[in-house]
Design a protein around this ligand. Structure first.
Ligand SMILES: Cc1ncc(COP(=O)(O)O)c(C=O)c1O
Length: 362
């Protein structure tokens, strides 16, 4: 019998394992959210986030998961009569397109086969029609393990379509993969903290460009909870619009300090090394699901070339070692399996897990 009080060690692509010292931050005495102690916590955290993401623009902390920001980007920054180009390369980018439609906007989908990236050329071809005010893009598609070529896409956008807003879902990328927000020229990007920040779920971090914030002021019916203009007014006072998830912000503060101490280049390199290691194993024992050039440094989607029973293998490892990894997502359930290598997961953790998988399959 599994027991939530004795949970498995997590190698699923989020939530990921959280270290004991981080968990302890969530147990600190609480603060009044309009008091000066909270303002200090908030101000310090926002300042560190600006350093981590190389930005002088707006950093918001949202008591929601990342999906809230999918909706916020659309409702705040796209006028009801404007059109969105939603790039879709897997379950999460597909879902964002649906959410944008649910927000009442007109959306065209640029779809690629699961396992393939969305490229700058594909987007360029669509934007050349002049129909779109904004694009949605996923940095790292967690359902397939593909990292989109965001640098080339961003360069193309800056050069050819500087007026089109760029919204990027960085949920399974933020912190682990390079993200220099101001240089990239993005307008909204975000992640929930249960991925590479290695904090339990319950909070999201969003970066919003000054121009997106300005534009939002003229958009009707933006709602209240996810209203960027109201968020910015609160942020000026080192506060949030509503009572935030303070324990999580304490953990976020703690993780930000650690990241800056390590140095972002080192953090990215650590993730690159973990990605390379797991990919090496996957190629030797199975195969990669996507082209190596686009394979993610935060999770590896392994192509199940040996036809193993994925659910049984995960179940056996859970039973013997109280550890789980991810099955394939949705339609890829048995054709692939996914191993997370982000946040506070280490190479030693990964060696142990891969050894256990080998014991089951060899
Ligand atoms: C790429 C991506 N976008 C969005 C989400 C949704 O995030 P949340 O569940 O925090 O709302 C996920 C969740 O795994 C994801 O991987």
């Amino acid at each position: 019998m599994t027991d939530w009080k004795n949970p498995p060690r997590l190698f699923i692509p989020g939530p990921v394992k959280v270290n004991e010292d981080v968990l302890q931050q969530l147990a600190r005495p609480t603060l009044g959210h309009r008091g000066k102690e909270y303002a200090q916590l908030h101000g310090q955290t926002a300042k560190m986030l600006k350093e981590i993401f190389f930005t002088n623009q707006n950093v918001f902390i949202s008591t929601s998961s990342a999906s809230g920001i999918w909706e916020a980007a659309i409702r705040n920054c796209v006028a009801p009569d404007e059109k969105v180009l939603a790039t879709c390369c897997g379950a999460f980018s597909d879902k964002w397109a649906t959410v944008a439609k649910d927000c009442g906007r007109e959306v065209d989908e640029l779809k690629v086969e699961w396992g393939k990236p969305t490229t700058a050329e594909m987007i360029d071809e669509e934007l050349a029609t002049g129909k779109y005010a904004a694009i949605t893009l996923v940095y790292n598609e967690t359902s397939t393990g593909v990292t989109n070529p965001v640098n080339e896409i961003s360069k193309m956008m800056r050069e050819k379509y500087p007026d089109v807003l760029v919204f990027v879902d960085s949920v399974s990328a933020m912190v682990a993969l390079p993200l220099r927000f101001d240089d990239l020229g993005w307008d909204v990007t975000f992640a929930s903290v249960q991925k590479a920040f290695a904090i339990p779920p319950g909070l999201a971090v969003a970066l919003v460009s000054n121009r997106a914030l300005e534009k939002s002021k003229g958009i009707p019916a933006r709602g209240y909870y996810f209203n960027f203009e109201l968020w910015a007014k609160a942020a000026e006072k080192d506060q949030t619009l509503v009572t935030p998830n303070i324990p999580h912000i304490m953990a976020l503060n703690y993780q930000c300090e650690k990241l800056l101490k390590e140095g972002m280049k080192n953090v990215w390199e650590r993730h690159r090394q973990m990605g390379e290691f797991v990919r090496g194993w996957a190629k030797e024992k199975f195969d990669l699901f996507c082209e190596e050039k686009y394979a993610s440094n935060t999770l590896t989607t392994v192509k199940n070339t040996r036809g193993i029973n994925v659910a049984e293998t995960i179940g056996a490892i859970q039973q013997k070692h109280n550890t789980i990894f991810g099955n394939g997502y949705g339609k890829l359930k048995d054709q692939t399996f996914r191993i997370a290598h982000m946040g506070d997961i280490t190479l030693d953790d990964l060696k142990e897990l891969l050894g256990w998988i080998e014991d089951e399959i060899d």
